[in-house]
Ligand binder design. Structure first.
Ligand code: CUK
Ligand code: CUA
Ligand code: CA
Length: 639
C-alpha cells in the first residue's frame, strides 16, 4: 500500500485513531525477535513460535516457507455450511470441513457415507442442501480443549454437527425437534453431579425463534415458544429440552458444569423488531443443569408433537421458588448479544448490543440464589459499565482483561473486569477501559487464543469484521468479510493483519496446535464395506442389483474395466489401499454426476442407476502420481 493510499484509508476511518495504530505498530518493532533460521529441511515439523509483539517483515504474521503455525483456528463457515480450519498467526486457510452442505471437493453429499451423516429423504436424496453455521466450539477436559470433538450449529434447519478432531471430519448431525433458528451452542466443561466427569458430555443449544410447539399449521401467536436443548456429546441424541419464556441466543457454560446460560433479546415475545426492542431490559437466562436432569428422571416433563424428547417447564411462573427453580432470569439491558464465560471461572459477561454496556454476572451469586441464599437474583450483577456503541461479543486474555467488539463504533474495547466491578460498586476512580482499537469494519465475533479455557494465554485476538469496504481489491458488489488479527500481548492492542474470508463468518476458537493430534491415515477396520485386498474386486450381481468393488493404489484402480447392463442399480465401493499420508485418490464418473475422494485407507461408496449406455472412463481426480492422468478404469454400460 502506498503512502497515499494509506492516507486515503486514514481519512475514511478517522485520522486520529489510525495514526495511533501506526505508532503502536512501529513501537512494537523495537522488540523484533529474529526469526529462527532452520538449517536444511524446509518441511521440518517444529516451527519456531513467532513471538507476538516482535514482528518479522513488519507484521508478525509472515511464516517462512515450510514454517508451521503455532495455533489452530476453527472457524464457522457461515452460509457455506462448513467449518474452516485456519493456521494462526499466518491466517492461512488449511482445510474446510463440509458439514451441512454438499462439497464437490471430497464428494460430501455424494457418497453414501456422507449422505448418511447429512440425512436423506425416503428416495435417498439429501434432506437439506443449505446450512448456516454460526458457532463453533470444541470439547473440554479439565477446563481446556481435549482434541476429541468440535461442534457447530446450522441455524437454518436447526441441526448440530459433530466433527471428529482426529480426522477433521463431520461424523454426526442431529436435528433438534420443535426448534427454529437454532443459534448458540456451547459444550459443558464438567458434570454438575459427578466430579469424576471433568470433561464434555453435553452440548447446549439455544433456539432463537419462537414458534408454535408443535408447529403444525395453527398460527396462534400467543403460544409461540422457544426451547433450550441439551444434546449428548457421545450419542448426539437430544437428552432434554427446556421450554422457556422469551428466546435464546448465544450460550455459555460454567467450568463446574452447574450452570448454562443464554442471553435473551426478545423477552417481549415480539414478532416485529419494534416489539422485540420495546422493553428496556431483557435477560440472561440461567439453567440449573443438575435440577433439570433430576426433573427429567422424576418424570416431570411433557413431550410435543412427534418428538419423544422430554421437555421441562422453564417458564417464569413455574420457577418462582429458588429452592426448586430450574431456571433463573437475570435482567440485563436492552437486546443483549453475546454471553461469554471468563477464564477465571467466576463471571459471565453479557454484551448490551442496543445498550452501550457490558454486564458482569457473578456465577457464585447465581448459585447462591438457587440455594436460597441470595434474596434478589439481580444482585448477581456485579458490574454494568459503559463500553461503547453496539457491544456484541467478548473475549479474554487470562490476565483479567475482557475484549468486547463494538459493532457501531467499529472498535474493540479492552477493559479490566475487576476494575469495572469496583467502578460499579461506587469507586469512580477505577479506570476500567484500558485501550480501544479501530477495526475495519463493524466487528461481530472476536476471540482470543485459548480465550474460553482456563489456559487463556492472551497472545492473539481475531476479529470477524462484517464489512471490509476498502480493505481489499474491489471484486464487484459482494465484498469479502475481513478477519483481522490483533496482537494482545502488550498493554495496547496492535493490529497485525487483514484476511479476506468468504461470508458469513461468525464465531471461532483459537487453540494451541499441540492440543490436537490428527491421524494421517484411516484404518480399514473403520469401514464396514472396506475391500481389504485388490483380489476381492469385481462386479457382483444379484438380479438388477449390482455391487462393484474397486480399490485404488497409485497409479491404478484394481479393475481396468468392468461391465454393467442398462438399468442396473449399482453400488460402487472404492477402498484406497495406499497407506501413505496425503496419498488420496478421487474418482469421477462422467455423465453420472459422481466425484468423490478416498483418503489413505478410506472406503467410500455411491449408488447410481446405470441408465446411460456407453463407454465411460472413470478417472482419478486427485493428482497422485506421475501416471495420474493414466489412472483410469473403463465402465461399459451395455444397452
Ligand atoms: S451471532 Cu454472528 S456476530 Cu450468530 Cu454469534 Cu454475533
Ligand atoms: Cu490416483 Cu490420481
Ligand atoms: Ca428486547
Amino acid at each position: 500500500m502506498s503512502q497515499d493510499e494509506k492516507l486515503t484509508t486514514s481519512a475514511r476511518t478517522g485520522i486520529g485513531r489510525r495514526s495511533f495504530i501506526n505508532t503502536a505498530a512501529i513501537a512494537s518493532l523495537a522488540g523484533v525477535v529474529a526469526c529462527t533460521e532452520k538449517p536444511g529441511n524446509a518441511a521440518a515439523p517444529a516451527a519456531p513460535a513467532p513471538t507476538a509483539g516482535g514482528h518479522d517483515a513488519g507484521n508478525g504474521t509472515h511464516l517462512k516457507p515450510g514454517e508451521l503455525d503455532t495455533y489452530y483456528g476453527l472457524w464457522s463457515g457461515g452460509h457455506n455450511g462448513d467449518m474452516r480450519v485456519l493456521g494462526l498467526p499466518s491466517g492461512r486457510e488449511i482445510h474446510r470441513i463440509p458439514c451441512f452442505v454438499p462439497d464437490a471437493l471430497v464428494g460430501w453429499g455424494i457418497t453414501n457415507e456422507s449422505k448418511k451423516v447429512m440425512g436423506t429423504k425416503a428416495d435417498g436424496s439429501l434432506k437439506y442442501t443449505v446450512g448456516d453455521t454460526h458457532h463453533t466450539h470444541a470439547s473440554y477436559k479439565d477446563g481446556n480443549y481435549d482434541g476429541r470433538y468440535a461442534f457447530i450449529n446450522d441455524k437454518i434447519n436447526a441441526r448440530i454437527a459433530r466433527i471428529r478432531l482426529d480426522y477433521f471430519v463431520c461424523d454426526k448431525i442431529t436435528e433438534l425437534p420443535n426448534v427454529q433458528g437454532f443459534h448458540g451452542i456451547f459444550p459443558d466443561k464438567a458434570d454438575p453431579v459427578d466430579p469424576k466427569i471433568n470433561y464434555t458430555t453435553r452440548v447446549f443449544c439455544g433456539g432463537e425463534f419462537a414458534i408454535p410447539v408443535p408447529n403444525t399449521g395453527t398460527d396462534d401467536g400467543s403460544k409461540y415458544r422457544s426451547l433450550f436443548s441439551c444434546v449428548d456429546a457421545e450419542s448426539m441424541e437430544v437428552r432434554w429440552q427446556v421450554m422457556i419464556d422469551g428466546n435464546c441466543d448465544l450460550v455459555a457454560t460454567s467450568y463446574d458444569g452447574k450452570l448454562a446460560a443464554t442471553n435473551q433479546y426478545n423477552v417481549e415475545n415480539g414478532v416485529h423488531y419494534e416489539d422485540m426492542m420495546s422493553a428496556e431490559r431483557d435477560a440472561c437466562l440461567f439453567f440449573n443443569v443438575a435440577r433439570i436432569e433430576q426433573a427429567v428422571k422424576d418424570g416431570k416433563f411433557k413431550t410435543y408433537g412427534d418428538s419423544k424428547v422430554p421437555v421441562v417447564d422453564g417458564s417464569h411462573d413455574a420457577n418462582k421458588d429458588p429452592k426448586t427453580a430450574l431456571t433463573a432470569y437475570v435482567t440485563v439491558p436492552k437486546n443483549p448479544h453475546g454471553v461469554n464465560a471468563s477464564p477465571d471461572a467466576k463471571y459471565f459477561i453479557c454484551a448490551g448490543k442496543l445498550s452501550p454496556t457490558g454486564t458482569v454476572i457473578e456465577l457464585a451469586k447465581v448459585l447462591d440464589w438457587f440455594d436460597g441464599k441470595l434474596e434478589k437474583l439481580d444482585s448477581a450483577i456485579v458490574a454494568e459499565v459503559e463500553l461503547g456503541l453496539g457491544p456484541l461479543h467478548t473475549a479474554f486474555d487470562g490476565r483479567g482483561n475482557a475484549y468486547t467488539t463494538l459493532f457501531l463504533d467499529s472498535q474493540v474495547v479492552k477493559w479490566n473486569v475487576e476494575a469495572a466491578i469496583k467502578f460499579h460498586a461506587g469507586d469512580k476512580s477505577a479506570k476500567y477501559v484500558v485501550d480501544r482499537l479501530d477495526v475495519q469494519y463493524q466487528p461481530g465475533h472476536l476471540n482470543a487464543s485459548q480465550s474460553e479455557t482456563r489456559a487463556a494465554d492472551g497472545k492473539y485476538l481475531a476479529v470477524g469484521c462484517k464489512f471490509s469496504k476498502d480493505r481489499f481489491l474491489p471484486v464487484g458488489p459482494l465484498h469479502p468479510e475481513n478477519e483481522q488479527l490483533i496482537d494482545i500481548s502488550g498493554e495496547k492492542m496492535v493490529l497485525l493483519a487483514d484476511h479476506p474470508v468468504r461470508g458469513e463468518p461468525h464465531d471461532f476458537i483459537i487453540f494451541k496446535r499441540d492440543l490436537v493430534r490428527p491421524k494421517q491415515v484411516y484404518t480399514l477396520e473403520e469401514f464396514p464395506l472396506a475391500i481389504k485386498d485388490p483380489k476381492e474386486s469385481g462386479v457382483f450381481r444379484n438380479g438388477k442389483k449390482v455391487t462393484v468393488k474397486l480399490t485404488s493404489q497409485a497409479p491404478a484402480f484394481s479393475m481396468r474395466e468392468f461391465k454393467l447392463k442398462k438399468g442396473d442399480e449399482v453400488t460402487l465401493i472404492l477402498t484406497n489401499l495406499d497407506k501413505v499420508e496425503d496419498l488420496s485418490h478421487g474418482i469421477a464418473i462422467p455423465k453420472y454426476n459422481v466425484q468423490f475422494v478416498v483418503n489413505p485407507l478410506e472406503t467410500a461408496s455411491v449408488n447410481f442407476v446405470a441408465d446411460k449406455p456407453g463407454v465411460f472412463w472413470l478417472y482419478c481426480t486427485n493428482f497422485c502420481h506421475a501416471l495420474h492422468l493414466e489412472m483410469r478404469t473403463r465402465m461399459v454400460v451395455e444397452a
